[in-house]
Design a protein around this ligand. Structure first.
Ligand SMILES: [Zn+2]
Length: 106
């Protein structure tokens, strides 16, 4: 399943390539067909924002409820949400959402 380039309309982006294009604030990656730099659009931005917010909330909660000195717990509830948010956001970009032309210049 390949993703369509918003500029030339060809199915030129593999899921992994699309995920590596980054969000709307990044420089994006060039389309293999036409060379126009593309980024993930608004839906990706919204999903990634929600995931990061959820991770942040979990870290705050962990800060208040963790047992003192239990570093494993701090790791599990502090680092894991961040990693999970990153991985889920990456997976979302691989399979969902549309590419748009990058606005930002290199
Ligand atoms: Zn293209």
């Amino acid at each position: 399943m390949k993703h369509t380039c918003p500029h030339c309309g060809k199915k030129s982006f593999s899921p992994l390539m699309k995920a590596r294009c980054g969000g709307m604030s990044s420089a994006g990656k060039p389309c293999p067909e036409c060379g126009v730099r593309c980024v993930n659009g608004k839906v990706s931005l919204a999903v990634n924002s929600i995931l990061r917010l959820a991770a942040f909330v979990m870290i705050i909660i962990t800060y208040f409820i963790h047992e003192p000195g239990n570093y494993m717990q701090i790791f599990l509830f502090g680092a894991v949400p961040l990693i999970a948010a990153f991985v889920l956001g990456f997976l979302f970009d691989m399979f969902f959402g549309k590419l748009i032309e990058a606005i930002k210049r290199q």
